[in-house]
Design a protein around this ligand. Structure first.
Ligand code: PLP
Length: 230
């Protein structure tokens, strides 16, 4: 087996094990392979191993690779500049990083032009880190309410990048806090707002994230190995 196939198989086993412990179905957890800096040939190798969803954090990488990668669902998981929405609006299945009204306005405008509704997750800065984007935890509710007036944007859940800790147990509190916000908003049953996906957990902390309720995990390094930035 190739390294990528081997890695994916190991991750799937870990997901299954974690889900079994929780009495959850494995299919409830959606695996997104994070392909930033990874060349199309290796992405296609992952797709051949059954990967159906890939995540990129830069618009330029989506554009460069789009025609070279086998049919797959593309996810925008990184900070999205307003002036670049137009390049990806017809390419991505889900935008995980909606974090400001000005971006929502641009997504709305571009979505109207192609006559499509766009699914988004709200990015939450759960660790309240200066260096990270995302809505502050206490502002998520108001932000989502404001999005109800956007006819071409469908809110499907929340996303976060937890603070990095070598020991994943240390980020459990952040995932718990995300779950609380997620459930609270879900309980409000806001019209047009669906709390379906909770996107959290990466190579280092995905098991803890699943334990705390993540149903979408974004994994790069554990699939493709360490990234080489050029
Ligand atoms: C890079 C990245 C990931 C994947 O990180 P790994 O630690 O390589 O698994 C997940 N989410 C976002 C937003 C990223 O930028």
């Amino acid at each position: 087996m190739s390294q990528i196939a081997d890695n994916i198989s190991n991750i799937r086993q870990e997901i299954t094990k974690t889900c079994m412990k929780l009495g959850k179905k494995t299919e409830e957890v959606h695996l997104i392979a994070v392909t930033k800096t990874i060349e199309p040939e290796r992405i296609n190798e992952a797709i051949a191993c059954g990967i159906t969803d890939i995540g990129e954090n830069k618009v330029q990488e989506v554009i460069n690779k789009y025609d070279l990668v086998s049919p797959v669902n593309w996810h925008m998981i990184g900070h999205l500049q307003t002036n670049k929405v137009k390049y990806i609006i017809d390419k991505v299945k889900l935008i995980h990083s909606l974090d400001r009204i000005s971006l929502a306005e641009e997504i709305q405008k571009r979505a109207e032009r192609i006559n499509r509704s766009i699914d988004v997750l709200i990015q939450v800065n759960i660790g309240q880190e200066e260096t990270k984007s995302g809505i502050e935890p206490e502002s998520v509710h108001n932000f989502i309410e404001a999005l109800q007036t956007f006819s071409h944007i469908r809110v499907k859940g929340l996303m976060t990048v937890a603070p990095y800790e070598e020991d994943p147990e240390k980020v459990r509190i952040y995932f718990k806090a995300m779950r609380e916000i997620f459930e609270k908003i879900r309980a409000k049953k806001l019209s047009g707002i669906e709390m379906k996906y909770l996107s959290m957990g990466m190579t280092n902390d995905y098991k803890v994230a699943i334990e705390e309720g993540a149903n979408m995990i974004r994994i790069g390094t554990a699939i493709f190995g360490s990234r080489i930035y050029r």
